[in-house]
Structure formats: C-alpha cells, structure tokens
Design a protein around this ligand. Structure first.
Ligand code: TMP
Length: 212
C-alpha cells in the first residue's frame, strides 16, 4: 500500500507521517517512511539544490525537471521495489505537490506536468492521500517559528520565502485536487493541536483501511 501526506508549509506533515508509520506498524503493517524531494542519496542532493534559498534564480522549468528527476530515482530505487515486496510505503509529499506548487502556484502547463509524470511514474498512484489543511498564515507562522527555533534546517527555506499569495495558491490547489479525487484524499483540519490531528488521522485511516 502507498500512502502520501500533503499540505502547505507548517501543516505538520513530517510529524504526522511518523505517527502514521507508528499507527500502521501497531496494526501489523511493514512500513517504510520516505519523503520527496529526497528519499534516496541522489534525491537528497537534488533536494539540497531545490530548497536552498541561494537557488532564487531557478527557472520554473528547471524546478519542475528537478522534482521529476528526484521522483524518477525515488520510484526506481525505493518506492517500486518496496511495494513489490509487499511493504507499506508512507511518503511525505509526492506528485500532488508538483501539480500544486509547479502547476497552480508557479503557473506551469498542466499538460507538461502530467506527461512528465506519466513518463516517470507510469500509473503509480497513492492509495490514500492525507491532506493536512489549515489557513496559510497559521501554517507559515508555524514554519518560520520552527526554522527560528532550529527545529527545521535554515538552509531549506526557498519556498517559505515565497509570497503569501503563492502559498494561498498552493492551499487552494490542494483543496481543488482533493475535491476532484474525493475517493483518494482525506482532508484533515491541521489547525488543531498535534494530538487532535492524530486522533482524526487514526479515525479516517481506521475507516478507510478497516483497522481495528
Ligand atoms: P518539505 O520537506 O517541507 O515538504 O519541503 C519540500 C518543499 O518542496 C515544499 O516547499 C514543497 C516543495 N515541493 C514542490 O514544489 N514540488 C514537489 O513536487 C515536491 C515534492 C515538493
């Protein structure tokens, strides 16, 4: 099974992804947690280029191709072999992030985004996508607090430095995708505290996966 987590900056995805692993492991799933960009040695190098605030001059098409390069390696080296082996893969961001950030927010052509995805991923789609949704101002202020407290690395702030309107487009893009694919998406109110969000995730996964 393939489960992804998505959301704007500061939505708590990374913390909640760890919770999803704990929850599913306690129900007998053999889980592997991974992330995009990153997840492989090559991917982590691509991640460093993508998120470096010094990469300000990056052309949107370069950005799109680098995210796809990262994903091509990730699917080939990690996700596909794990799924073939019967493992449950929990991934902190995947293709929906490309549609939303490079499509809705940067304005790149959805046809190009889609064709690139078909080339690298064939028909690999998450079974369930948890969308952690919250108002953009709250998410961004949480993200900056974590960066200032040193909980998140200060060399990965290129996207946090984008305008509020960029992040509004990201949030509304995710909500549009969730409406289009209501079967796959589970929208969780991430403005609540960590424990309440966990409770909501447990409720929705228990129903969807028939966990007891
Ligand atoms: P994160 O580890 O905090 O989620 O950071 C990854 C950043 O990369 C985040 O700002 C979203 C962005 N991103 C894209 O723009 N496109 C993508 O395809 C992915 C996976 C992430």
């Amino acid at each position: 099974m393939f489960i992804t987590l998505e959301g704007i900056e500061g939505s708590g995805k990374t913390t909640q992804a760890k919770y999803v692993v704990e929850l599913l492991q306690s129900k007998g799933h053999d889980c592997v947690l991974t992330r995009e960009p990153g997840g492989t040695k090559i991917g982590e190098k691509i991640r460093a280029i993508l998120l470096d605030p010094m990469s300000k001059k990056m052309n949107p098409l370069t950005e799109l191709l680098l995210y796809n390069a990262d994903r091509a390696q990730h699917i080939h080296e990690l996700i596909h072999p794990l799924l073939s082996d019967g493992k449950t893969v929990i991934c902190d961001r995947y293709y929906d992030a490309t549609v939303v950030y490079q499509g809705f927010a940067r304005g790149l052509d959805f046809g190009i985004i889609n064709n690139l995805h078909k080339l690298i991923a064939k028909d690999l789609k998450p079974d369930i996508t948890i969308l952690l949704d919250l108002p953009t101002e709250i998410g961004l202020s949480r993200a900056w607090k974590q960066i200032k407290n040193g909980k998140r690395t200060g060399v990965e702030t290129r996207f946090e430095e984008e305008t509020l309107s960029f992040h509004e487009k990201v949030r509304s893009g995710y909500l549009k995708l969730a409406r289009l694919e209501a079967e796959r998406f589970r929208i969780i109110d991430a403005s609540k505290n960590e424990k309440q969000v966990q409770k909501e995730i447990k409720r929705t996964l228990s129903a969807g996966l028939k966990l007891n």
